[in-house]
Design a protein around this ligand. Structure first.
Ligand code: AMP
Length: 395
């Protein structure tokens, strides 16, 4: 029995999947969203059957209960589906959780305590973990950390140049996120190329609503663009990415509160702040129709990616592959073409027909004579969480 329930709770949502850890096959999946708002929503899919329902979901425990209800409504209570273990994605594992970890009461409390570093995420994970352990008391629960893959980053890359006493007191360093995605995508890219991951220098660009770049040397993360929090680095859907820290001091001095600053930088910045939408499709459409703000936002987004691309090419001493993944990376040929434009001198040459061809799985978009292989590789964090969960509980 290798059926794993994967629970991926965000600040106001719970995504879930029932996955076969051995094959990665998906039996059922769903999303509870708008948790904490007056009216939430659950979408559930089992095989071909889809359902959608609006209901109040005050917190993540209620979200988990809504998921259990959706399975029952779809015909088979989840208790009859042979769940062998539950894998929880946890955003912040600090410096202490470097591997998938069996969740005990103590581990759950540590995950909650790390909420100091990830206030939007870890408390939500904790609620979902408590609800899941109550619903599935007999099976092992495993936490898979988004920060774990980046624990290999060397000190010169993870250290911020601030007073070391302050940094030590508050756990301030670069942790990096999207680690589960960077790991699975880099392994799948290597498999696609038919080469051992240990032989490749890769730059993975995870471009979704959240976005990060990762420099991976021989399968090991050596640098990444997100930092202490998922706010640093690339321009994102609603997050600013890199800023002069003096900008925050300035806004605090002119009267912004901490919460207002948090809202501004996490919810009203990035593509949303520049062009009024965090949906990349809207942005592209508006830019093509001549909207100047959307054109600028597209340019700022591309500029940030190219800065990191340049930095990581130097850090890695060149690269064998550049890999695009997540919603924007997998689906926007225009973005990929803009990121790779005029890099022929560095050995990057996109094949326009391959770039625009519609395809589902991993694929090459570089020309045959491109020195650096440019790939599109779909991410699958849930399959990876299921795999790691199963690996731990079956050991
Ligand atoms: P994710 O967080 O990985 O689900 O990615 C979400 C982002 O991917 C949103 O900004 C979407 O607009 C974007 N996206 C999804 N499909 C497409 C598409 N066909 N073209 C451009 N962007 C897309």
């Amino acid at each position: 029995m290798t059926t794993i329930l994967v629970v991926n709770s965000g600040s106001s949502s719970v995504k879930y999947q029932l996955v076969d850890a051995a094959s990665g096959a998906r039996f059922a999946s769903g999303l509870v969203e708008r948790i904490g708002e007056p009216l939430g929503r659950i979408q559930h899919q089992a095989g071909e059957a889809r359902s959608e329902r609006e209901l109040a979901v005050p917190d993540h425990a209620a979200g988990f209960a809504a998921m259990l209800d959706a399975f029952a409504q779809a015909g088979t209570p989840i208790s009859e589906l042979g769940v062998a273990a539950v894998g929880h994605r946890v955003v912040q594992g600090g410096s202490e959780f470097v591997e998938p970890t069996l969740i005990t009461d103590e581990v759950a409390e540590r995950i909650l305590a790390l909420g100091e570093l990830a206030p939007l995420h870890n408390p939500a994970h904790y609620q979902a973990i408590v609800a899941a352990r109550a619903a599935f008391p007999e099976v092992p629960h495993v936490a898979v950390f988004d920060t774990a893959f980046h624990q290999s980053i060397p000190a010169e890359a993870y250290t911020y140049a601030i007073d070391t006493t302050v940094a030590a007191e508050h756990g301030i360093r670069r942790y990096g996120f999207h680690g589960i995605s960077h790991l699975v995508v880099s392994r799948r890219a290597a498999a696609f190329l038919g080469k051992p991951v240990s032989s490749l220098k890769q730059i993975v660009l995870h471009l979704g609503n959240g976005a990060s770049a990762c420099a991976i040397d021989g399968g090991i993360s050596v640098d990444t663009s997100m930092g202490l929090t998922p706010l640093e680095g690339l321009v994102m859907g609603t997050r600013s990415g890199d800023l002069d820290p003096g900008l925050m001091l300035h806004l605090l001095r002119v009267g912004y509160s901490t919460d207002q600053l948090d809202q501004l930088l996490n919810k009203r910045s990035g593509l949303m702040g520049l062009a009024g939408s965090n949906d990349f499709r809207d942005l592209q459409r508006a830019a093509e129709e001549g909207d100047a703000a959307s054109q600028l936002a597209f340019g700022v987004y591309v500029h940030a990616i190219r800065r990191y691309l340049g930095a990581y090419l130097v850090e890695l001493g060149g690269a064998d592959t550049i890999v695009f993944t997540a919603g924007v990376g997998e689906n926007s040929p225009a973005l990929r073409a803009a990121v790779c434009a005029e890099l022929e001198w560095f050995g990057v040459r996109i094949d326009p027909a391959r770039n625009t061809a519609v395809g589902g799985g991993p694929r090459r978009i570089s020309a045959d004579h491109s020195r650096i292989e440019v790939l599109v590789v779909p991410t699958d964090e849930e399959a990876e969480i299921a795999r790691q969960t199963w690996q731990l509980v079956s050991a």
